[in-house]
Design a protein around this ligand. Structure first.
Ligand code: ATP
Ligand code: MG
Length: 968
């Protein structure tokens, strides 16, 4: 398929592809061949090459069509030689070719590979691999598919520069046109009479009726005008040069509405990543085309290298997991020494343990880091939901790349760096040992007794595991080690490129980068950019253009006031962004492993507040501080102090008592906002109140908890409980309860030394452990932990951020869990806790609010209306959340609501509407909650023995069972 037939019908994308294709040729030819300044007029495709080059070049545009033709001839010659070469593989034909030509040739795979990517995505789907396999040389295939062989008609330079016509402003007589919108790709410069224009850049011209907008390729408006003669605007066509709004423009092509609304016309622009990276890639190609793939030394005998070209494991064995073979483009770039292709096969020792989604995940990671998926990009984001085994997928990848490779079987990597939260360093080490034993691979986990120097000195270790904190401290040492693969576990923390950790990781030169995260990465478009830019630097262009092209239209389209047009544009841009990034992001939901897991019984338990709590609550709501807040006097954020106090009270009144006493003693008490909140509150407590002698009866939730622990102990004596709170002080109270009841416990919170964390986890998970309770501060160290020793998890308090709670709840229901899992989420009826829960499940749906693991309630913004709602106590309701569901049941019998949806289904992802899956770990929505079984505490026959025993203090339950077939 030589491109003749397509010469006159090129889309903008194709033209720009072509520009990228030819630009380096022009440059090189300009340096090394005779310069013939010939203007190409008729064929706009060639023209755009010359013009755009001109826009980037010096004063006098080269416009060297002749040079291009010479180049094309050379390419053809080269192709011929290449074919000959297939017959005489031993001789090194390249040595006969002159230096500049050689350079051009070396660039061919880079250039054409770029075209392949674009072809696949946007232009056509030429099956190059198939043709390559059918015997054509890679180069021949590439040449045949590139739109290079087009007819060139040459005109004299003088012909082209007729004076541009000025588009005239309408005198107001014209009738209003139909608002058809047209888009054009143009080059522009300031108006001048010079013959040889110095084009200043590419742009997109949008013409609508009598008005126009000119946007540069970063999406910024650089010109606007209204009141033009629409008949003239309507007539604009390809090739036309004109003056508009004080700028001279030349129309290079028509942009389809589709290319505009997807934003594709901007991606391919002059300063866009595509070009700059392409140029970089071309440069790199001259220096070291093999990159980190094994490169034989010049002395190395090819014969020798061929010795180990058998696959390490049998690719034909039943159940073998064989990786994708590199395509012709990849071979061309990375197998310059023509090593034989060897199948990369995952070690069967691992494969026998892998779940199907994990096999798919390994294939995905392999293709990303090898650069199979996106040309010259080696990054990936594995965003599987929590507990899906991201660790084993990475271990399989590391082990494979370290021992194998597609070219002559040579290993692709030598050293891997794994950066992870401190509490997971040892978990990684253990997982390596679990899946590979201690002989196959030598792992070094940096810790107090294991200094990084040991790793540097020893040739045995190939994997370094280090915490984010330690990485910062020993960055200089880490930088001195050459790592070929970098894995960032719980990598959503890299979402802010300004933070030190991200900057440190960016400074490592490793190209193959993987981010692992169980938290959705698409909640916030800027954070999304940071993560993408980390794994595949520059792929979305500079942040400024990303904002204009994607973020702004997408966010605008989500505003309630968005016009149909804005909505459509936003959706298209979101779809395009998903499509662009989807090649290297993989996310699977919990559903894929549900079938391997025991049942999960999830309960939301609404606990009646104790009398003392109600009294204190009323008093707090009547305080001056709360009244100020409701008047909108929110300077110094007094509302956050009020919220904090109410939350403490819900956990236990003694926490509030402690706070008041603490403040009373502090020197700033008089000036403190807290004074207006706490005034008179101490009198509500009994005169001899001693917070250390707190009782369970003083807190509704504590009463329920205490009963719950007793019934678990009684009904399932062999099972254990994970008890979660986000507050250390609350954990102290829970710990005291354990002591009082004689329950053996262990505890992990922010203060637990990193070196001890894994030991604590292991000991709890061990069947020999006598611990009944694991006290966990979820925020301080919950991420990534496996607490499968526990089969009951109680969430004592609620966080604003649903992700924090989901993180905590995912610790027990995961691979390896033997018992049915019971999850209890305790909320105090009618209080702020219910409101936070509602906000988690409904408010965030409506606003599309962004959740952030690192942000605390201190960052939460509220309107006065919202504060009014937060600062209301609903004393007479059994469950305000149920009241909001619009459910006609009275809670008197088991009820599963109908599908009536008052609230929209949760959408945690900003990149387009995704259907909510019931078992995925996304925050629950109101509509889904309504589907849960629900009943009031005085319901007559509770079938759940655990709930039966705690009902006395409970006003309402919601229950949902996953994997019900085998439940309880
Ligand atoms: N194929 C498997 N067979 C048995 N157990 C498995 C398998 N895959 C993973 N596991 C176990 O499942 C548990 C969870 O795996 P892992 O810690 O890798 O999850 P994750 O995806 O990293 O979750 P998180 O996002 O919470 O960190 C681990 O104990 C792991 O050993
Ligand atoms: Mg993990």
């Amino acid at each position: 398929m030589v491109g003749k037939a397509r010469s006159s019908n090129f889309t903008l994308s194709e033209k720009l592809d072509l520009l990228k294709l030819v630009k380096p040729y022009v440059k090189i030819l300009e340096e090394h061949t005779n310069k013939h300044s010939v203007i190409v007029e008729k064929n706009r495709c060639w023209d755009i090459i010359a013009v755009s080059y001109n826009a980037m070049g010096g004063d006098r545009p080269p416009r060297t069509a002749q040079g291009l033709r010479t180049l094309y001839k050379r390419l053809k010659e080269y192709a011929k030689q290449e074919l000959l070469q297939q017959k005489e593989t031993q001789s090194d034909f390249k040595s006969n070719i002159s230096e500049p030509t050689k350079k051009v040739m070396e660039m061919i795979p880079q250039i054409s590979s770029f075209c392949l990517v674009r072809d696949r995505n946007h232009i056509q789907s030429a099956n190059l691999d198939e043709e390559a396999q059918a015997g054509a040389s890679p180069l021949q295939v590439i040449l045949d598919h590139r739109p290079v062989a087009i007819t060139v008609e040459v005109k004299q330079e003088e012909d082209i520069h007729s004076a541009p016509k000025e588009i005239t402003v309408s005198k107001g007589q014209e009738e209003e046109p139909a608002s058809l919108v047209k888009y054009f790709s143009v080059v522009w410069c300031k108006a001048s009479k010079k013959k040889h224009k110095k084009w200043e850049g590419d742009a997109v011209l949008i013409v609508k009726g009598k008005s126009f907008t000119l946007k540069n390729l970063e999406g910024k408006d650089i010109g606007r005008g209204i009141g033009y003669k629409f008949r003239e605007l309507e007539k604009i066509e390809e090739g036309q040069t004109m003056m508009i709004g004080g700028k001279e423009i030349e129309v290079m092509g028509i942009i389809s509405p589709d290319d505009f609304s997807s934003g594709r016309c901007f991606q391919l622009g002059g300063k866009s990543p595509a070009i700059s990276n392409f140029c970089q890639a071309a440069k790199k190609c001259f220096s070291n085309p093999l990159k980190s793939v094994y490169k034989p030394s010049s002395k190395e005998n090819r014969q020798n290298s061929f010795c180990n070209c058998k696959p390490r494991h049998d690719p034909c064995a039943p159940n073998s997991l064989v990786m994708l073979r590199p395509d012709s483009r990849h071979q061309w770039m990375f197998n310059k020494n023509c090593f034989p292709l060897v199948d990369v096969v995952i070690d069967p020792h691992l494969v026998c343990h892998l779940r199907p989604h994990q096999k798919e995940g390994i294939r995905f990671l392999y293709e990303c880091v090898m650069g199979f998926r996106v040309n010259d990009r080696y990054g990936a984001i594995l965003a599987d939901e929590m507990g899906l085994g991201k660790t084993i997928q990475c271990i399989s990848l590391i082990w494979t790349l370290q021992c194998q490779g597609p070219y002559g079987g040579k290993p692709v990597i030598k050293k891997t760096l794994i950066v992870t939260p401190g509490s997971l360093v040892n978990n990684w080490r253990k997982e390596f040992q679990k899946w590979l034993g201690s002989e196959r691979i030598k792992i070094f986990a940096v810790g107090q007794d294991h200094k990084i120097e040991e790793f540097t000195k020893s040739p045995f270790y190939s994997v370094l595991i280090i915490s984010y904190e330690m990485l910062l401290r020993s960055l200089d040492q880490v930088k001195n080690i050459k790592f070929d693969l970098l894995i960032c576990d719980e990598g959503h923390r890299l979402k802010n490129s300004a933070v030190k950790t991200t900057a440190a990781l960016i400074s490592l030169s490793c190209e193959k980068r993987i981010i692992l995260t169980g938290t959705p990465v698409q909640n916030d478009l800027q954070e999304f950019f940071a993560l993408i830019d980390f794994v595949n630097p520059g792929i979305l262009g500079p942040l400024s253009s990303y904002r204009k092209i994607y973020e702004e239209p997408i966010i605008l389209s989500r505003q309630p006031s968005a016009s149909e047009e804005e909505k459509e544009l936003g959706e298209r841009r979101a779809a395009e962004l998903t499509c662009l990034t989807g090649l290297f992001i993989l996310r699977r939901t919990q559903e894929v492993i549900n079938k391997y897991l025991p049942p999960k019984i999830e309960n939301v338990v609404f606990c009646q507040p104790a009398a003392l709590q109600i009294e204190l609550y009323r008093k707090l709501l009547n305080s001056r501080a709360v009244r100020f807040c409701l008047q909108g006097l929110l300077e110094n954020s007094p509302h956050l102090i009020c919220i904090g106090a109410l939350k403490k009270l819900c956990n236990h009144p003694c926490l509030l008592f402690n706070s008041i006493k603490e403040k009373e003693c502090s020197s700033t008490w008089d000036k403190n906002e807290e004074r207006s909140l706490y005034e008179g509150l101490i009198n509500v407590f009994p005169a001899d109140y001693n917070p250390f002698m707190f009782t369970e009866e003083e807190s509704g939730k504590l009463q329920v908890l205490s009963k719950l622990l007793a019934v678990i102990r009684e009904l399932c004596p062999a099972e254990k409980v994970v008890l979660v709170s986000n507050y250390t002080q609350t954990l102290n109270i829970l710990q005291e309860v354990c002591k009082r009841h004689g329950y053996a416990y262990t505890r992990l919170d922010g203060q637990t030394p990193v070196s001890q964390r894994q030991q604590i986890v292991d000991s709890f998970n061990s069947k020999y452990s006598s611990d009944f309770i694991f006290l966990l501060s979820s925020k301080a160290g919950g991420v990534g932990l496996n607490l499968i020793g526990g089969s009951h998890l109680i969430l004592y308090d609620i966080d604003w951020n649903p992700a924090t709670d989901i993180q905590a709840m995912s610790r027990v229901w995961r691979d390896g869990q033997k018992h049915p899992v019971h999850i209890y989420r305790l909320l105090t009826t009618g209080t702020i806790e219910e409101k936070i829960y509602q906000r988690q499940i409904s408010k965030q749906d409506l606003s599309g609010a962004v959740v952030d693991l690192t942000k605390t309630s201190e960052h939460t913004q509220f309107s006065v209306e919202e504060l009014k709602n937060l600062f209301t106590l609903h004393e007479s309701s059994h469950c305000v959340t149920h009241d909001l569901l619009d459910c006609e049941c009275t809670g008197g019998k088991d009820h599963t609501g109908d599908a009536l949806e008052k609230f929209p289904i949760s959408r945690s992802c900003q990149l387009g509407p995704h259907p909510q899956k019931s078992h995925s770990l996304k925050p629950l929505s109101m509509a889904q909650l309504k589907q849960w079984k629900h009943f009031s505490g005085d319901h007559l026959s509770l079938t759940d023995p655990f709930l039966e025993r705690i009902r006395e203090n409970v006003s309402f339950f919601f229950q949902n069972i996953t994997n019900q077939t085998t439940a309880i």
